[in-house]
Design a protein around this ligand. Structure first.
Ligand SMILES: *Cc1c(COP(=O)(O)O)cnc(C)c1O
Length: 362
């Protein structure tokens, strides 16, 4: 072994990204594979956002504004918060990692429901924290069980709403009740990567909870609804004290100039962003209805993806779909997550599913 890597790092499996269409096509000897594996938006950048990125090219020889002050101010204004209640990072995944680095030490605990976002356990393992996983109930976050799992050693709790990979939501009222049970010595990280896609009216603006709960941090991203995944920019909303602690672990200049400009332009084009989200939501409902009509039992999807809780059939179903040229994300022993894409791609998925599983396996 060269050097002496930390055993905790040497043992880390590393984040597994969704498979590319090209890799799947090469393996199965096909030419028209499509990727519905990473919850990306099926559109290119909005014209005004593309323009802002082009204009920023001139500045890439310079370091960007480390504090991204213009972008923070714009996010604060659009959320009705103070600038001190906002920070930005390299994707919301970057911010989640910063939160763990800033708050959790060796042997302390991080709690979450499971299955959920695969990066959470990786970040916990990175700092050699104990991981506490509470099972979902009916594919949904179990906030009562999660609350019961919190003890003195628990520094941070992840709540994904909507949850990834199941797409389910918990109500804002239930989150408020949950927050009342969590001591302020424990951070509650409410991961809202898919907030813009939610149509369930039990979910309301969670920023209203911030004033009463200084230990609440809400994370959001420009990767999903804004369609800027490749630029790596996400943000956190919280109390000024927690925001300041997150900032201490930001890699210098992590959010580059192009990302800052694109995010600013996308905020300015919020109406167009919402129109695109509405298109995805309409497709999501169409796909869910088709699945129900075909006899599949899927939880109400609230993100830009649907979840097939097929259990032990997950890996086999993922491979079978891939052989049909449809790359999805299989979670071994649990289910298959399929990103909502264009109407044509969604139809290809439905046709592939019907071809490989004429009889539903969930
Ligand atoms: C996609 C995703 C993120 C992070 O996305 P970034 O591109 O890092 O902003 C965070 N949480 C969940 C649940 C996600 O699905």
């Amino acid at each position: 072994m060269t050097g002496r890597p930390r055993p905790a790092v040497a043992a880390l499996p590393g984040y597994k990204p969704g498979r590319s269409a090209a890799a799947a096509a090469a393996e199965h000897g096909i030419s028209d594979a499509i990727k519905m594996a990473s919850n990306e938006l099926p559109f290119g950048p909005l014209p005004s956002v593309a323009g802002a990125i082009s204009a920023g090219i001139e500045y890439i020889g310079l370091y960007a504004d480390h504090g991204a002050s213009g972008l923070r101010a714009a996010i604060a204004a659009s959320e009705g918060l103070d600038t001190e209640q906002v920070t930005v990072g390299a994707g919301s995944a970057g911010i989640l990692q910063q939160l763990v680095l800033s708050y959790v030490g060796v042997g302390e605990s991080v709690a979450m429901c499971w299955p959920s976002f695969e990066a959470y356990p990786l970040f916990a393992a990175l700092v050699e924290a104990n991981e506490v996983r509470v099972p979902l109930i009916d594919e949904m976050f179990d906030l009562v069980g999660l609350s019961a799992a919190i003890d003195d050693s628990t520094k941070l709790v992840f709540v994904a709403n909507p949850n990834n990979p199941t797409g389910t939501v918990v109500s804002t009222a239930d989150i408020a009740t949950f927050l009342d049970t969590v001591p302020t010595s424990c951070l509650v990280v409410l991961d809202e990567a898919y907030a813009e896609f939610v149509t369930d009216n039990r979910v309301t603006d969670s920023t209203a909870l911030l004033s009463k709960h200084p230990n609440l941090v809400i994370t959001r991203t420009f990767s999903k609804a804004h369609g800027l995944a490749g630029l790596r920019v996400g943000y956190a909303l919280g109390g000024p004290e927690v925001i300041g602690m997150i900032d201490r672990t930001l890699v210098p200049f992590a959010v580059n100039e192009l990302a800052q400009r694109a995010a600013l332009a996308s905020i300015a084009a919020a109406d167009e962003m919402r129109e695109r989200v509405a298109v995805v939501v309409a497709e999501r409902q169409r796909v869910a209805s088709r699945l129900h009509a075909l006899g599949w039992t899927v939880p109400d999807p609230q993100g830009n993806f649907v979840w097939l809780p097929v259990g032990d059939d997950a890996v086999a179903l993922g491979v079978a779909l891939e052989q049909q040229g449809v790359v999805t994300r299989a979670f071994a022993g649990v289910g298959v997550r399929v990103t909502i894409a264009s109407e044509a791609w969604n139809d290809r998925f439905l046709a592939a599913l019907t071809a490989v599983r004429p009889t539903p396996t969930c």
